[in-house]
Design a protein around this ligand. Structure first.
Ligand code: FES
Length: 346
């Protein structure tokens, strides 16, 4: 028997409960060497399986094409690589945990200990003193003497949480405030037909020839400066921020609308559809846009599709063209809400 004796505690003998009238039940592994051996094999098998799953994770990572999708009822089309990486890594951790629990329950020493405790109740004079303090405080505050104050205070405290309910309701649906819901707010930006695309910060208008193949520019609508000065509101910037990327037109596989590029220049929202981080990490060779927050990756040559990571929606694309002076302009607002995919948005 292992001597586990916390300070002030007395160990019980194996097979004897230190608690009166509660018999200590021995486990099969305590009395049967075969059962103990079986438990040992079970635990080792779980740890071994965990090792195999880690190897399977690496094999999946190397061999499965990231573009391969499978159809799963309820979830729809899902990247096979994402599923396999999740399954193998999740199960390997689960098996380590399950093995550790099994080890502790079946093989580690099953010892009950009794820890002697001091009397928990306060001495009578301390209790009396606390009660006297309470009565004196009640008297001095006048809580009992001024019933109107007491009742109005109780009323005020009872109603105090109600504003929070209104605020939460606003967050959910726009609520009673008459303001638009978050979904409505994020569905419209400053982009509109003919709005010039300008470089972020400098507000320089952009011509197609300013952007070489492989180049990337962070841009905003030309009307943003005026909007910010008028309202002092930074939301408009957050919603309208885009990146412009130029690629060889023959490399564009798909877009969110016919002819939404201009000679290979495509414009996408800069706000990640996972939880809204701004993105500008672009890999020219693969046309992938990588979010630094949780590694969602979007394929800008393929309609902004999610190729990796937790984002659930394509990156919204902005249709673009040029105006009669040859500057890049938007042809419309985004066709879908920008930003994170809360509120079950499609
Ligand atoms: S915010 Fe972009 S992946 Fe999470």
């Amino acid at each position: 028997m292992t001597d586990i004796t916390p300070h002030g505690s007395q160990p019980a003998k194996l097979g004897h409960s230190p608690v009166a009238d509660v018999p200590h039940v021995l486990r099969a592994t305590d009395t049967n060497p075969k059962a103990a051996k079986r438990a040992e094999r079970q635990v080792a098998s779980m740890f071994l399986l965990s090792i195999i799953l880690v190897i399977a994770f690496i094999v999946c990572y190397v061999t499965i094409d990231k573009d391969t999708v499978v159809y799963i009822p309820v979830f729809g089309e899902v990247a096979l690589l994402t599923i396999m990486l999740g399954l193998t890594s999740g199960l390997s951790i689960l098996l380590i945990g399950a093995g550790a629990i099994q080890w502790a329950k079946k093989l580690m020493p099953d010892v009950e200990v009794v820890q002697m405790r001091h009397e928990m109740a306060s001495p009578a004079d301390a209790t009396a003193e606390a009660a006297a303090n309470y009565e004196r405080g009640k008297e001095e505050s006048g809580f009992a003497r001024y019933p109107i104050i007491r009742r109005t205070l109780i009323g005020a405290m009872a109603l105090f949480p109600i504003p929070a309910l209104f605020l939460l309701r606003d967050l959910w649906s726009g609520g009673l405030s008459g303001k638009a819901s978050p979904d409505e707010i994020l569905s419209h930006t400053l982009w509109r037909k003919g709005e010039r695309i300008v470089v972020d910060e400098t507000y320089q208008p952009i011509k197609p020839e300013d952007l070489p193949v492989g180049g990337l520019v962070s841009a905003v609508p030309a009307n943003l400066m005026e909007e910010q000065e008028l309202s002092g509101n930074l939301d408009a910037r957050g919603k309208a921020a885009i990146i412009l990327v130029r690629m060889d037109p023959t490399e564009i596989v798909a877009q969110q609308g016919d002819g939404w590029d201009y000679q290979g220049i495509v414009a996408y929202s800069k706000i990640c559809t996972h939880v809204g981080c701004p993105i500008a990490l672009y890999e020219q060779r693969t046309h992938h846009l990588l979010c630094p927050c949780h590694q969602s990756t979007f394929d800008l040559a393929n309609a902004g599709a999610v190729v990796f990571g937790p984002a659930a929606r394509n990156m919204p694309q902005l249709p673009i063209g040029v105006d009669n002076e040859g500057y890049l302009v938007a042809l419309d607002d985004f066709a879908q809400p920008v930003g994170p995919s809360f509120w079950e948005r499609g």
